[in-house]
Design a protein around this ligand. Structure first.
Ligand SMILES: Nc1ncnc2c1ncn2[C@@H]1O[C@H](COP(=O)(O)OP(=O)(O)OP(=O)(O)O)[C@@H](O)[C@H]1O
Length: 249
């Protein structure tokens, strides 16, 4: 069953088109890596799908309904640089924000909500930082807190914009185990990812973007050198192999 359907999505900043008529459907329970060079439009695509960036044209559906009316069922982990980390709040409050759909914006979180938030922090190994100001966390710790916030939301579809950027090996493993857990629960996750070597290991589907959709499908069939050269302009020969999806990395 398709969770997400994108039809002819085009977006521009001022008059410069940065996404050109993207169409694809994402099956439920898949883990998709979104790859493409800097400036390819990966973040813009996520923001346009979520309605955070106006589009020129196109439709976006979530289980066949306009996505805008279903936002509570969708989780978003933005790029770390896009968040104001100086905002004076602590870790547990940031995670509890993920529950606002359940709590209601004008009501206060109850003990059970705090417990859910603490359980999510435990999954990302951050319980000891619960009362720490977010401005006093390292980059990798901030990333884990945002992941915990997405987890408590119990969304069905998640978008994560470069969660692996600048994290150490341990945090990378934590993020991967969270992604796998989400997949095991039947959730659908799309992740902007820059490390091409790990794509076949981490993602069962890959979306290759460079202003236009170059290819989308199961990693084994789609993550080929031909598609990579088309996406990156022939600069990735060093990866070698005809079908990278079948390489063990
Ligand atoms: N607010 C903005 N105003 C004008 N142009 C923008 C804006 N945000 C992004 N762009 C341009 O749109 C294009 C796509 O940017 P986007 O951030 O979506 O790419 P990306 O694939 O996520 O890149 P990266 O891998 O570097 O994060 C780029 O050419 C960028 O310069």
């Amino acid at each position: 069953m398709d969770v997400l359907t994108v039809r002819n999505l085009s977006t521009a900043y001022q008059s410069k088109v940065v996404l050109d008529s993207l169409s694809f459907s994402v099956e439920q329970g898949t883990l998709t890596g979104i790859v493409g060079p800097n400036g390819a439009g990966k973040s813009t695509m996520i923001k346009s799908i979520l309605g955070l960036q106006p589009k020129i044209s196109g439709d976006v559906e979530f289980y066949g309904n306009a996505l805008q009316s279903q936002k509570q069922r969708i989780g978003y982990v933005p790029q770390r640089g896009a968040v104001d980390w100086d905002f004076p709040t602590n870790v547990i409050d940031v995670v509890t924000m993920g529950l606002y759909g359940q709590i209601g914006w004008l009501r206060f979180p109850r003990e059970k909500h705090r417990k859910l938030a603490m359980a999510a922090l435990e999954k990302v190994d951050m319980t000891e930082y619960a009362t720490r100001q977010i401005s006093q966390l390292s980059g990798g710790q901030q990333q884990r807190v945002f992941l915990a916030r997405a987890l408590v939301q119990e969304a069905e579809l998640y978008f994560m914009d470069e969660p692996f950027a600048g994290v150490d090996a341990k945090t990378e493993r934590t993020i991967i185990s969270v992604l796998e857990e989400l997949k095991d629960q039947g959730k659908t996750v799309l992740v902007v990812h820059h490390d091409l070597q790990t794509v076949p290991r981490y993602f069962d589907h890959v979306l290759m973007l460079n202003k236009q959709l170059i290819a989308y499908g199961p990693t084994k069939e789609t993550f080929t050198t031909a598609h990579l050269s088309k996406t990156y302009g022939g600069t990735i020969q060093w990866l070698g192999g005809e079908n990278l999806g079948q390489r063990s990395v």
